[in-house]
Write a protein that binds this ligand. Structure first.
Ligand code: SAH
Ligand code: SF4
Length: 376
């Protein structure tokens, strides 16, 4: 199978076009078709000469995932289940910045994207890891989640690029993007697929690609310390979220096997390194699970860690996964936990459920669909 065209950076395309003796402005035209107009066939690229389109089609694939299921939730989150060319299933979740429930429908959206099929890290509470790891996503499969969601949305009208004033036409196109925030919190451990992740995020970030600011892209990790240090050396200011879920090794070891490889001491040192390079860009994600990590004995060391790393804490009441024994604590317990952090002057939020009724927590829709398919 040839490489997909959406795995290539602008520089790589320019080298390829030079080898073909094609002028460089053709690369700009190609990129507009791919990332502004989001076309899905070579034939649609009508301002490229037929010969060039044929060369492209012979050398590269131009694949898009197939939509298998789309579910909406009461709070206006939408979940997309995609089938890839090898029939693997992945998910993306579109979350409006201002849920329509609270008033005006929002035109700003965050997309939660996946980076692997399944996950090898086997956190005990998570649906993504339940059936193990299948494979890494390629850069185009990561990028396409954004483009495909935008293609399906009537809100992301693509303006004509035929205008004489091309600069303005391009600006208007980027303005019309539906997705303006990305969280890499879908299925898979993004830092275990480091090279493909970075390639994809650079395309989504580039002005010739997705045009989404690096500070509007958050990478979530269960705590791969060496890769966090590597990310600290990259030039982009991506935000980093650490899935902490426990403030002591005892609790983390119980629910996250990755902690045996990179215990808290090592994880915190890597976070300090990231912090040193990037400034205050850290968030701790902390799922509250009844009787596991929701006590005051965990809230206090969590507050200490957050203060040490200048991290913000996002508390997320556990989203029940079929077949797993864990439960979310009562609201009163969640609020008490939040109050302990706030009393210590730690910036913290208790997330209102988004998409809970559409199996929005990572990997749940895929798991359900695979099980339904298996029982047919
Ligand atoms: N592997 C990465 C990114 C994907 S998981 C990571 O672990 O950070 C994205 C987030 O969803 C993580 O914080 C994860 O812990 C959380 N999550 C997984 N299952 C969940 C559930 N059942 N309820 C609430 N959050 C869950
Ligand atoms: Fe993998 Fe993240 Fe789920 Fe853990 S929480 S199993 S690392 S996807």
């Amino acid at each position: 199978m040839p490489t997909d065209i959406k795995c290539l950076s602008r520089g790589e395309l320019e080298t390829q076009f030079k080898n073909w003796n094609e002028p460089v402005y053709r690369v700009t035209q190609l990129l507009e078709w791919l990332y502004s107009r989001r076309v899905t066939s070579w034939d649609a690229m009508t301002n490229l000469p037929k010969g060039l389109r044929e060369k492209l089609a012979d050398s590269f694939s131009l694949q898009t995932p197939e939509l298998v299921r789309k579910q909406g939730a009461h709070d206006a989150s939408q979940k997309f289940l995609w089938r890839l060319r090898d029939h693997a299933l992945i998910e993306s979740v579109l979350i409006p910045a201002n849920p329509a429930l609270y008033g005006d429908a929002s035109d700003r959206h965050t997309l939660c994207i996946s980076t692997q099929v399944g996950c090898a890290y086997g956190c005990k509470f998570c649906a993504s890891g339940l059936d193990g790891w299948k494979r890494h996503l390629t850069p185009d499969e990561i990028v396409e989640q954004v483009l495909s969601v935008e293609r399906l949305s009537p809100q992301s009208t693509v303006h004509s690029l035929e205008s004489k004033d091309r600069t303005n036409a391009r600006l208007r196109t980027v303005d019309s993007r539906l997705v303006d925030n990305i969280v890499v919190m879908g299925m898979g451990e993004p830092l275990a697929n480091y090279d493909n992740l970075l390639k994809a995020l650079r395309i989504l970030n580039a002005p010739w690609g997705g045009g989404i600011g690096a500070r509007k892209i958050t990478i979530s990790t269960s705590g791969l310390a060496p890769q966090i240090r590597r990310l600290a050396t990259e030039p982009e200011q991506f935000r980093l979220a650490i899935s902490l879920h426990g403030a002591t090794d005892e609790v983390r070891n119980k629910i996250m096997p990755v902690n045996r490889k990179y215990p808290l001491k090592e994880l915190v040192a890597a976070c300090e390194d990231y912090q040193g390079q990037k400034g205050r860009m850290l968030t701790f994600e902390y799922i509250l699970i009844a009787g596991v990590n929701d006590s005051a004995e965990q809230a206090r060391p969590l507050a200490a860690l957050a203060k040490r790393l200048f991290a913000k804490v996002n508390l997320i009441p556990y989203n029940q996964v079929e077949g797993l024994p864990w439960e979310r604590p009562e609201e009163k317990v969640c609020k008490t936990f939040l109050a302990i952090l706030q009393k210590q002057k730690v910036p913290a939020t208790l997330r209102r459920e988004k998409g809970g009724d559409i199996d929005a927590a990572c990997g749940q829709l895929r798991l359900k669909t695979e099980r339904e398919l298996a029982s047919n």
